[in-house]
Design a protein around this ligand. Structure first.
Ligand SMILES: Nc1nc2c(ncn2[C@@H]2O[C@H](COP(=O)(O)OP(=O)(O)OP(=O)(O)O)[C@@H](O)[C@H]2O)c(=O)[nH]1
Length: 419
């Protein structure tokens, strides 16, 4: 009997021991399992949705894309889903994740700029001030029952207030008067159509508005960006780099505005965002030498375009002429300059036209960039500045956002004005 009791006790102890082993084994397996689920690297705060934020899969692959990777390599990854996933990760993995976030933030983010096609259409609401003054104002006047002398005078005033300019205003009013008379009856649609045609005609749909950004003989195209300080020149150079990168170009930036130290930092930041190298010199250094080095770097790197931001201190015309003339001459040792873009602030109206005239006397302007059109009712400046300089508006600035610089399209612009 004692033997039987002893055998039962041994059996119970043995069963207990085996059960304990099995349970602890399962627990260990359960603890191991989470480490096999993919760990997510949260994107750096500054990343836009299309930035390179591919989640890292597995603990052994924590690599971020190299800082200099070509923008084309960064396929959009629907990253919106990443933040919630990261937040939902098991608590046990928190320390590993924190380390990864730091790693990702340390690497400069290379962004994929928005495509340039149709940007003006996307940003058309930014022209609302010009739209209500110029577009809606003219349509309301033209829709009056009687188009008498007083009404035509009001139409003229509206055009002049919107900075269309005296010559262009006269031309537009004369053409409209003739066509309205010939037409006889006028429906709102017909009037809108007439006004649209006449405005587009004034803007010049036939002008070549491409920014010449690819050299034909193999070397990079050189684009000089000129204009007085404060018009948005450095910002525009940075945004233009994004426009070109969005269109598939490789870009080097030259910070030849050595007058304001922050300008070079600002430009470099713009460049880093799209993976473009910035060549800069010492503060107060020779702008021409920076421009020369930038083109040299562009040739060495085999890029498509070298964008050179210049200083535009306008105290004397001679000083400006000396500085810009030297920059151009020195750059031309590498080959001809392909584009000289004059940046003008649309909100400065007639002042902008005076500046434009001075710059045009100093360098051969090949294109105009009108900035801050989002902040003015004077959208007619597009017409007057082109007439003044005989040079097309190629790009317009419609806000402070990185992709708020749009290639200028006359039809889309007029449609935006007319609402
Ligand atoms: N609303 C609006 N603001 C703009 C636009 N373009 C530039 N700006 C703003 O204008 C201000 C001046 O821009 P900068 O690029 O520093 O001016 P800058 O002409 O380069 O001045 P310097 O570097 O001193 O030569 C900045 O606050 C820009 O964000 C635009 O199209 N719309």
């Amino acid at each position: 009997m004692e033997y039987v009791i002893l055998a039962v006790v041994i059996a119970v102890v043995a069963i207990g021991a085996i059960t304990g082993l099995v349970v602890s084994g399962r627990r260990r397996k359960e603890l191991d399992r989470p480490s096999q689920t993919p760990t997510i690297t949260a994107p750096p705060a500054a990343h836009r949705p299309s930035a390179p934020t591919k989640p890292t899969e597995g603990a052994a692959e924590p690599t971020a894309p190299p800082a200099t990777a070509a923008p084309e390599a960064e396929a959009p990854e629907a990253p919106e889903a990443e933040a919630p996933k990261a937040a939902a990760a098991p608590a046990a993995e928190q320390p590993v994740e924190e380390v990864r976030i730091e790693e990702a933030e340390a690497a400069p983010a290379i962004e994929v700029p928005e495509p340039t096609a149709g940007r003006l259409v996307r940003l058309r609401s930014r022209l609302s001030r010009s739209q209500s003054t110029l577009g809606k104002g003219l349509l309301t006047l033209l829709s009056r029952d009687r188009l008498d002398e007083d009404t035509w005078e009001e139409i003229e005033e509206t055009l002049l207030t919107a900075d269309v300019g005296v010559g262009a205003t006269q031309e537009l009013v004369d053409n409209l008067r003739t066509r309205v008379k010939v037409l006889g009856t006028r429906t709102p649609d017909e009037l809108r159509g007439l006004l649209r045609e006449e405005l587009i005609k004034l803007i010049g749909p036939e002008l070549d508005r491409t920014v010449h950004s690819v050299k034909t003989d193999g070397g990079p195209a050189v684009v000089l960006v000129v204009g007085v300080n404060g018009v948005g020149k450095t910002t525009t150079t940075g945004k233009l780099a994004r426009v070109l990168v969005a269109d598939g170009r490789k870009v080097v930036l030259g910070a030849a505005d050595t007058f304001r130290a922050a300008a070079a930092d600002q430009l470099q930041t713009w460049g880093e965002r799209v993976g473009a190298h910035t060549v800069r010199g010492p503060e107060g250094g020779d702008p021409a030498s920076v421009a020369f080095d930038a083109v040299k770097q562009g040739i060495a790197d085999g890029v498509d375009t070298v964008l050179v931001d210049t200083a535009g201190r306008l105290h004397t015309k001679t000083g400006l002429m000396d500085e810009l003339g030297k920059v151009k001459r020195v750059v031309e040792k590498h080959g001809p300059v392909d584009e000289v873009l004059l940046v003008l602030d649309a909100t400065t109206g007639q002042n902008g036209l005076v500046q434009a005239r001075v710059f045009a006397e100093v360098v051969d302007i090949t294109g105009i960039v009108l900035t801050k059109l989002d902040g003015t009712a004077k959208g007619g400046i597009v017409i007057s500045v082109q007439r003044e300089l005989g040079v097309p508006v190629k790009l317009i600035g419609l806000g402070e956002g990185a992709d708020d610089l749009a290639p200028f399209e006359p039809g889309a612009f007029v449609d935006a004005l007319l609402g």
